[in-house]
Structures are given as C-alpha cells and as structure tokens.
Design a protein. Structure first.
Length: 111
C-alpha cells in the first residue's frame, strides 16, 4: 500500500510535528539549557550556545510560536520555560511508541 494512502492518527501527527520542531541541534541546546536552569531562563543565558544571537533569537521565537516554549515575566525581565504538560504528553507518546517497537522486535525474535 503506498504511503500517501495511509491515514495517520492525531497522536502520530503530533509526535511527528514535535520531533520535527526539535530536529535541530540548536533547538535541543535551547531546551537543555532551559531544563538545566529549573525551567526558567533569560534570553541572555541562551547566548552561551555557540551560534550568533540572531540565530538563537530566531529559534527561540519559533519554539515559542509552536507552543513548546512559554514566556513569562515583564518587559526587560522575561524568562522562558518549557510547556511541561506538552513535554509530558509527548514523552508519554514516544515511550508508548518505543515500547511497541520493543514488543514488535521481541515478537519477531520468537518467530
């Protein structure tokens, strides 16, 4: 059956979109720094990533647009944090996917 005829579930689409959103090393670095700083970090703290400031600002804005990162605080002291509920939901979705792959591999070994 050709792939273009497949219907994908909402969960599959959400997991794929989340993976695409984080598919760049600079975005993973942004997420890691936010996590390492108690889920609250200033933009200036993100400038330790070895990219120019414009690149970091662009990726930070894109992650915010996608709902992965939330901004809080007041002008001049804005902090960025991850949407913890979204990350939990996606982590659970990926865990279920990987567990089903393990089960599939185990079933194949039994054949």
């Amino acid at each position: 059956m050709p792939y273009f005829n497949l219907k994908f579930s909402n969960t599959d689409n959400e997991l794929a979109n989340f993976a695409k959103a984080l598919a760049l090393p600079v975005r993973i670095a942004i997420v890691r720094i936010i996590m390492a700083n108690g889920n609250s970090v200033s933009k200036e703290s993100l400038y330790s990533i070895p990219f120019n400031h414009e690149t970091i600002t662009k990726h930070l804005a894109e992650l915010k647009r996608m709902g992965i990162i939330k901004a809080h605080g007041f002008r001049g002291s804005i902090k960025y944090g991850l949407d913890e509920q979204l990350f939990r939901q996606m982590a659970d979705g990926f865990a279920m996917l990987f567990e089903s792959l393990r089960t599939f591999e185990h079933d194949l070994q039994d054949c």
